[in-house]
Design a protein around this ligand. Structure first.
Ligand code: NAI
Ligand code: MG
Length: 365
């Protein structure tokens, strides 16, 4: 049977960038004989407009069954005043929660052609290829007690950083597995110097590491990690860290690489019966209401998210390499959407021109 893929384009530029991925899926069928069972459904504001909820139960059930979900983006000004319980973002949160996607993969890869776009010097980022694995379902964003409470004559805001051994362990395993497929180096980041959860984190990761003797494991305090990411990011291969530190460190690493329009992500859960992890792939960017409907969006983040799906859900590493190389070729040829241009004198490529250029590069590869 063909691998199955559920496409959820969502709102704003979501459907625009997803249209370019669909072209690539079509190309793979025609030219490479690789066919997917693709279904498409609504999420976010688009689902709210039709069903009154940002993710219908039926869609949720489909997401649980397929090999991978590919999502565009959700949200937009039209939905800003909706009740919290039906906001577009809740559709995405429901997917992550019910699929129990605990391992968030955020690559920071600097295409040479875009090294000038980094916030850092070219030689620091050129050739950069690191992967941050962020624990996504626990930690201080979810720990109890939480709330704003009265204490004496003032209020106190409380959140709790809480990690169980099994939560740390399952994320660590996915990070080690990833390191095995890459350069076999894993750096775990916490603050074991000042946090109990950090002490446990270091212990558990060290323990899991015994199952992966080939992987060179190191530990770093997360504040130093932030500094090192900016000073010498190429020293890293895979970084494993908690929900809060991962949120910050991955955004920091993202800016080493240039535009938001280039950044893919994957969120993985436990292996299903077929051995593949539950998986949701999505660009890091949002629905970009400021450019939606104008054909200006950069489709690369979504295309590269699909490449991650090829690699991590469908065991098609070579197809993924081919697609990433095609994107790199297009950038090197100077075909770029507006977010990748500094020179106001250059006419930017449209979303579909960019997608067509990727197809042309695939054809030539
Ligand atoms: P955003 O990522 O949508 O846009 C930030 C800036 O980057 C904008 O100027 C936008 O034009 C630009 N940009 C983003 N993606 C681009 C692309 N592919 N090509 C070219 N330029 C691009 O973040 P913002 O403006 O904070 O949020 C807009 C809406 O998206 C909100 O409703 C927000 O809640 C939602 N959002 C959804 C996310 C998701 O679906 N995972 C993530 C972040 C925000
Ligand atoms: Mg963030």
């Amino acid at each position: 049977t063909n691998p199955s893929l559920l496409i959820l384009p969502g709102d704003g530029i979501g459907p625009e960038v997803m249209a370019e991925v669909r072209k690539i899926i079509g190309w793979m069928g025609d030219k490479r004989g690789v066919t997917f069972d693709v279904s498409e459904d609504l999420v976010g504001g688009a689902a709210y407009d039709k069903h009154g909820v940002p993710l219908a139960d039926e869609t949720m059930a489909k997401a649980q069954k397929v090999d991978a979900v590919l999502l565009g983006a959700v949200g937009g000004p039209k939905y800003d005043d909706l009740d919290f319980s039906v906001k577009p973002e809740r559709g995405l949160l429901r997917l992550r929660k019910e699929m129990d996607l605990y391992s968030n993969l955020r690559p920071a890869q600097c295409f040479d052609a875009l090294a000038d776009f980094s916030s850092l010097k070219k030689d620091i980022v050129s050739g950069l290829d690191i992967m941050i694995v962020r624990e996504l379902t626990s930690g201080v964003y979810f720990g109890e007690p939480r709330g704003i409470f009265e204490e004496g004559n003032e209020r106190v805001g409380i959140n709790t950083q809480r990690y169980t051994e099994s939560e740390i362990e399952r994320g660590a395993r996915s990070a080690f597995e990833l390191a095995m497929k890459r350069s076999k180096r894993l750096c775990s980041m916490e603050k074991a110097n000042v946090m109990e959860s950090g002490i446990l984190w270091r212990e558990v990761v060290t323990h899991v590491g015994k199952d992966y003797p080939e992987v060179e494991l190191s530990h770093m305090y997360a504040d130093n990690g932030a500094m090192q990411l900016v000073r010498a990011p190429k020293q890293f291969d895979v970084i494993y860290t908690d929900n809060l530190f991962g949120d910050i460190l991955s955004d920091c690493a993202a800016m080493l690489t240039g535009s938001l329009g280039m950044l893919p992500s994957a969120s993985l859960g436990a292996p299903m019966a077929n051995g593949r992890p539950k998986a949701l792939y999505e660009p890091v960017h949002g629905s970009a209401p400021d450019i939606a409907g104008e054909g200006k969006a950069n489709p690369c983040a979504c295309i590269l998210s699909f490449a991650m799906a090829l690699r991590y859900s469908f065991d098609m590493g070579e197809e993924a390499d081919r697609l990433e190389a095609a994107v790199e070729k297009v950038l090197a040829d100077g075909i770029r959407t507006g977010d990748l241009l500094n020179d106001a004198g250059v006419t930017p490529a449209s979303t579909s021109e960019m997608g067509n250029a990727v197809i042309a590069a695939l054809d030539a590869s």
